[in-house]
Ligand binder design. Sequence first.
Ligand code: PBG
Length: 336
Amino acid sequence: MIPPTAPIASLLHRPRRLRRTDALRRMVRETRLSPDRLIAPLFVVDGRDVRQPIPSMPDQFRLSIDRLVQECRDLAALGIPAVALFPKIDEALKTPDGRESLNPDGLFPRAIRAVKDAVPGLMVVTDVALDPYSSQGHDGLVRGGQIVNDETLAILAEMAVVQARAGADVIAPSDMMDGRVAAIRQALDEAGFTDTAILAYTAKYASAFYGPFRDALDSAPRADDDVPADKQTYQMDPANAREALRELMLDLDEGADMVMVKPALPYLDIVRRFRDAADVPVAAYQVSGEYAMIKAAARNGWLDETAAMTETLTAIHRAGADVILTYFARTFAERF
Ligand code: PBG
C-alpha cells in the first residue's frame, strides 16, 4: 500500500476558495440569465376558451386566441419581452400550396392582431414557413419530389408582409430556403415595413428533437410517392459546423437583424462560433424535444426539473446566446 503523503504546507492555487460560500459564488458568477433574454413559444388554435394539452410537451397547450391573449398578459407581467407564435391550422385548410398562410383574416393574423391590441408592449415574433399550412408538411412547395426553393421564396415574402401588416414586430423565417432573408427584407421594405425586424433561423439543423413540436401542430412531413419523409434537403446536417458559418455570412449579407441556432443544447459549439463571428444578437432555440426530455425525466423522478431547466438555460447563455427561445420561459420567470 502506498502511504498517504504528508499534507501540502502551501498550495498556492485553490479555486475552491471562491466556491466556499453562497455570497462568494454569487459575487464571482460569470453569467446571469434573466427573463429579459427569453422568448416564449406559444401555439394558437381556432375556437374559444380552448386550452388543449400537448401530450409530448407537458404543461404546454394549444390556446385559442382569447386564452392566448391571457397567457401573453401574464408573460408580459412576468417580464418576458417577447412571444414566438405558431398556428395550428385546421386540417381542412391545409393544401399543397399552403395558401391559407396568405389569408389576411386567417387564424394567424387574427392572433397576432389580438395580442398586439391587448399587450402592445410585448414583442410578437412570427414564424414564416409553409409547414403549418401544407398538406404535405413541408416548409416549402413540393414539386416532383423536390422542395422547390425559388418559387417558395415568393410565398414566404408575401407571408411575412401579411404578418407584418397584422402587427408582427419580428419576422422569423424557419424554412431554410436559400435567399429567403433577402426576399423577405425586400418585400417588407416595399410594403413600408422598414422597421419590422428579421430573426433568421440561420443554422437550423435536421434534428430529431422537433418531434413534439410536430405533434403540437400536426405538421410532420407526410411521406408518399412524391413527398420526402424528412427535411434533410433544406435543414442542415447535424455533422456540419463550417457550413453554419457560411449560412451566417449569407444571412448577415441579406440583412438579418438577429441570427439563430436551433436546437440549442446539442449545438452549443455553433452558438459559440456565431457569438464570436457575428456582431448581431445571437438567439438559440431550446426546442420541443429538449424540453420534453427534461419534463419526461423529471416526471419519472429521475431529474430535478427546476435544476435541469436552470442549468441548461444558463449553459445556452454561457455558450453565447443573447436570446433564448424556450418553453420554460414562464416557469423560469416565475422563479426568478
Ligand atoms: C417548422 C418549425 C419547426 C420548429 C419550429 N419551426 C419544426 C420543423 O422544422 O419541422 C421546431 C420547434 C421545436 O421543436 O420546438 N418551420
